[in-house]
Design a protein around this ligand. Structure first.
Ligand code: C2E
Ligand code: MG
Ligand code: MG
Length: 744
């Protein structure tokens, strides 16, 4: 059974017993009880007494006049009357309290009423039977009798009602009976005592006092009651005020605490925010530091960090010659082409792949850095000899050559590596990097992949820098001239045209060979303005020569176009411009493009050559046989002439041996329906062979060396035949004009 059920059960039992008590009392109610006095007592206890109870501040105790009425009824009308008064009084009190807003259930009201009925019944029984005990002897009607009666009534009433009330409470809230009695019910003893006292006073007054005494006592009691009530009210009010002041104070304090907590949490929040801001600051500082020292694309150390570390190594080496190191300078070959053809995004990815491969090929103690667009540098630590560095460089060279796929493109990279060993002469990182760069350029020039720096290379480099600077002003200083080498019809010996060959007469160093300055002009980009100048001057020259004789109307001039110029959009304009200035028939101008330059970016070459072809000019593939042409591209290139590289011609012996390649190239040209020209004809045997093979045109020292402008012009006036066998004075004319160029 749960507590609620027990409590309910207890209440119902009490109500039942109370009802029996009440019914018995009603039945036993003597007739005398039905009198005005009794009705007055009932009226007082049900109407007045509930309203007169005085609650003592801060105590569960209230002085009630109803007990006095009950005891008075007991004294005057006997126990059953007191039971009825007690029951009615309790019912009235409960109803009054309910009307004041207290929540008291109906069962609780009945329980209270029953408790009162039972306790008075018990008291009545005690009062009936205690005097019969042998040791109790009090004479009835005396004051001791009254006092003992009232005392007995009060004690019994208190004991019974408090125990019953404790039972009801403890069963409903589960606390122990003793604790509940002590805590909640013991204080009610005061009510019974006061009630008994009051009943005694009233009884005595009615019995033994006269009207005046009664009146005085009543007045005194009334004054005392109201005075007490007023002071209790004041105390109550003061306490109420104090309580509300305390409540307010507590509320203020709570508010303050709330505010303080709020401030504390705000403070925590702002501290957290500050911490976050500091964190972000620290991170951005770190990022900044990182950005200052690392390359954002590859995350490799950048030039600055590389320089810092290299500086320390240089200093360390100066103090300790055993602390050796080697520097590699790496440049990705033709990276510009990758960028141009695949776009910069893929170009970036290619750089990232390259960076990873470089890192994989070195030790963890070594350092790989990105120091420029497609330039990387590596510090190889504790390497004394450049031989070991060369091995590493070769490893890198081979590893980077492994093809890989990127967004569906198959890419194969190649690098040029320059090696600079540590040397006591270096005092800054720039110096050693510059020398590694020089070695790298040498490797590039020699197409060797890897080169080690030597002091000779530096001399070469400085000379190159000097040439480059001087070449810039060579046109203005009239140091550049054109030489013309006749192109001869191998069947008739007639002059077909000239190849224009550039010559540079340096005012200090004299004649500089083309194979020395042309690469410098190409690398520096100077070849473009120089070729523009060549196109204009040779076309103008040809226009003049074509006018010498009607038989020269179809004379052509062949101009060499560098691969660098081919990839530059200005070429078309430059050619157009030269044609416009000279007014020559476009077909009189032939442009020679080396096979290797044409194949470098074949698709682009095809488009440029088609545009040039549309201008009406002729096109020739120069140095054919050295550029690893793909036949499929060869087929698509819109050239008119195929010029066999002189190495194949020179290789032919006196008896025509080693002519297979010549035969192959000539028959290829015939198959492609192109004219074929052979350069480098130096011997009669070579000439005879070429003639036999059906080669259309020829060029070579045997026929004529390149001539100065004046000598070429003189030859034109001469109307000579250029084939040695048909010449009138071969030695006089062809070889009388030395080219003045040492062979390189
Ligand atoms: P290239 O275009 O193949 O020119 C032919 C070269 O062969 C010329 O050398 C010429 O003198 C040489 N040669 C002709 N016949 C013989 C011979 O029988 N035996 C030998 N050993 N050599 C012969 P050069 O003038 O020294 O020019 C060398 C290269 O420089 C040219 O080769 C060409 O690639 C380049 N070059 C010369 N002038 C120019 C120019 O104006 N523009 C450009 N872009 N390159 C030029
Ligand atoms: Mg040429
Ligand atoms: Mg050539």
């Amino acid at each position: 059974m749960n507590r609620e059920a027990i409590s309910k059960y207890a209440k119902h039992t009490i109500v039942l017993i109370g009802a029996i008590c009440f019914a018995t009392a009603l039945a036993d109610l003597p007739l005398i009880a039905v009198s005005w006095g009794f009705l007055l007592v009932i009226a007082f206890s049900t109407i007045v007494a509930p309203r007169m109870s005085l609650e003592l501040p801060r105590s569960r105790f209230a002085i009630s006049f109803s007990d006095a009425a009950v005891f008075l009824a007991f004294l005057y009308y006997g126990g059953p009357a007191a039971i009825v008064v007690a029951a009615l009084e309790n019912l009235a009190s409960c109803l009054y309290l309910r009307s004041k807003g207290f929540t008291i259930s109906r069962l609780m009201i009945l329980t209270n009423v029953a408790i009162n009925s039972i306790s008075i019944s018990f008291t009545y029984l005690a009062w009936l039977y205690i005097p019969k005990l042998p040791f109790v002897s009090v004479v009835a009607g005396t004051t001791p009798h009254l006092v003992s009666t009232l005392g007995c009534l009060a004690i019994m009433q208190f004991a019974t009602s408090s125990v019953l009330a404790a039972i009801v409470r403890s069963t409903s809230d589960g606390s122990s009976l003793w604790v509940t009695w002590k805590r909640d019910c013991f204080s009610s003893s005061m009510t019974q005592m006061v009630g008994a006292g009051l009943a005694g006073i009233v009884y005595k007054l009615i019995h033994f006092g006269d009207l005046l005494t009664g009146l005085i006592a009543f007045t005194a009691l009334t004054i005392a009651y109201f005075g007490y009530r007023q002071s209790i009210n004041k105390v109550g009010e003061a306490m109420h005020q104090a309580e509300s002041a305390e409540r307010e104070k507590a509320e203020v304090e709570r508010e303050r605490r709330r505010e303080a907590e709020k401030h504390a949490s705000q403070l925590t929040l702002s501290l957290e925010k500050e911490e976050l801001a500091n964190e972000a600051l620290r991170k951005s500082e770190k990022d900044l530091q990182h950005a200052a020292l690392y390359d954002s694309l590859t995350d490799l150390p950048n030039r600055k960090q590389f320089g810092d570390i290299l500086r320390k190594l240089i200093d360390r080496y100066k103090n300790d010659p055993k602390a050796t190191f080697q520097i590699l300078f790496l440049d990705i070959r033709k990276f510009k082409n990758i960028n141009d053809s695949l776009g910069h995004t893929l170009g970036d990815k290619v750089l990232m792949v390259a960076a990873k491969r470089f890192v994989r090929m070195v030790n963890s103690a070594d350092m790989v850095a990105r120091i420029g667009g497609d330039e990387f540098a590596i510090i190889l630590k504790d390497l004394g000899t450049s031989g070991k560095a060369q091995k590493v460089a070769r490893r890198i060279f081979d590893s980077i050559a492994q093809p890989f796929s990127l967004s569906g493109n198959r890419i194969s990279l190649s690098v040029n590596v320059g090696i600079a060993p540590c040397d006591a002469e270096y005092s800054t990182p720039e110096e050693i990097l510059r020398d590694a760069d020089i070695a790298m350029h040498y490797a590039k020039e020699k197409n060797s992949g890897v080169a080690v720096f030597t002091k000779d290379l530096r001399e070469r480099f400085l000379e190159r820098v000097r040439y480059e600077n001087d070449l810039r002003s060579a046109i203005d200083r009239n140091e550049l001239t054109m030489h013309y080498q006749p192109l001869v019809d191998l069947q008739s010996g007639g002059l077909f045209g000239f190849e224009a060959l550039l010559r540079w007469h340096h005012n200090e160093f004299g004649q500089i060979p083309p194979n020395k300055f042309i690469p410098i002009a190409e690398e520096s980009g100077l070849i473009i303005p120089i070729t523009k100048w060549i196109l204009e001057s040779t076309c103008k020259q040809l226009a003049a020569w074509q006018k010498i004789d009607p038989s020269y109307r179809d004379l052509i001039v062949s101009v060499n176009i560098s691969g660098k110029h081919l990839s530059n959009d200005d070429l078309i304009d430059d050619v157009e411009n030269a044609l416009a200035i000279s007014k020559i028939d476009p077909a009189s101008l032939k442009l020679e493009i080396t096979e290797s330059a044409a194949m470098e970016n074949a698709e682009h070459t095809i488009s440029v050559l088609n545009r040039l072809k549309a201008l009406g000019v002729q096109l020739s593939i120069d140095d054919f046989g050295t550029g690893y042409s793909s036949l499929s591209y060869l087929h698509r290139l819109p050239f008119d002439t195929l010029k066999i590289d002189r190495s194949f011609v020179i290789a032919v012996g006196e008896n025509g041996e080693d002519s297979e390649i010549l035969q192959t190239i000539i028959s290829l040209a015939k198959n492609l329906k192109k004219k074929v020209i052979a350069e480098g004809i130096e011997t009669e045997a070579q000439l005879a062979l070429l003639q036999n093979l059906g080669c259309d045109y020829g060029q070579g020292y045997l026929l004529s060396r390149p001539q100065t402008r004046d000598k070429a012009e003189a030859a034109l006036y001469d109307h000579r035949n250029w084939l040695p066998s048909l010449q009138n004075s071969v030695t006089d004319v062809t070889n009388s004009v030395p080219d003045n160029i040492p062979a390189f």
